[in-house]
Design a protein around this ligand. Sequence first.
Ligand code: ADP
Ligand code: MG
Length: 289
Amino acid sequence: AVPVALVAGLSRAAHFGVLVKGARPLEAMGRIRTLVLDKTGTLTDGRPQIVTILSHGDLPQDDILRLAASLDQASKHPVAQAVVAAAKARGLPLTLPTNAAEFPGEGVSGTIDGRPVVVGGHAFVAGKIGHPARDPENIRPGSVLVAMAVDGQMAGHLVMADPLREDAAQMLVRLREEGVARILLATGDRMDVARHITAGLGLDEVCAGLSPDEKVQLVRTERDKAPVMMVGDGVNDAPALAAADVGVAMGARGAAASAEAADVVLLIDRVDRLATGIEIARRSRRIAL
Ligand code: ADP
Ligand code: MG
């Protein structure tokens, strides 16, 4: 039988917007020592806004955004959704891509209006077109950078801002108080962006440029040392969530792509509730044992 303290804990956690899918994950959550956080959509707001559009050829800025957004309709990535939203907000007419192939956490390739287009992270797009991965210059540090190539040429970049969540620092302080000894960032984004955005947060480690598989590997390595909770939002985070002792999906904005793979779904758009959840789990566990 499930101890009544755990049942009470589940209901209390749900009251704070932390949906725990059963007594076993709640119990596991009370034992967490290491936390692995995804960046985009977890530590940051996750709805990047366009700051600048850089054109490297003769394509007007609106065309760069229109082609990038048309192709990004094929992706559920939070950055892709932000690109699509930005194009729609500007009233740009989008075309549905053909032959779209998504590379999770990296980008998409496909055909728009009969032309080959690639959209995604700079290194990914550069690699696809065999372009030297030299960075565009004068980018504001910490910017989320989306590259777009058309007809095999690097056509432009969307420079986007994705600020830290307001309660991110508070969450980390509270997690330390709850005895979480090791807190890591695991992102597919670039190291310079990851470092800039997390400066001053006191993370134990920042791991950047990770593929979805490498996120899984990181979780496994950490699990050999101590119980791990992994928090993420995107489809590409699902394997890492499943590999952790406790996987948490950010689920406040409708059906999170990773919700099914998760043991816990955060139904409120506040990361500090993760600390509340752990606090409740630890207390329920103490009472139940
Ligand atoms: P995180 O692990 O922090 O959530 P991701 O690995 O999901 O970050 O994404 C890292 C970067 O890859 C993004 O900042 C963006 O530049 C790029 N990216 C990935 N997928 C796409 C896509 N479909 N469209 C545009 N950019 C993408
Ligand atoms: Mg993410």
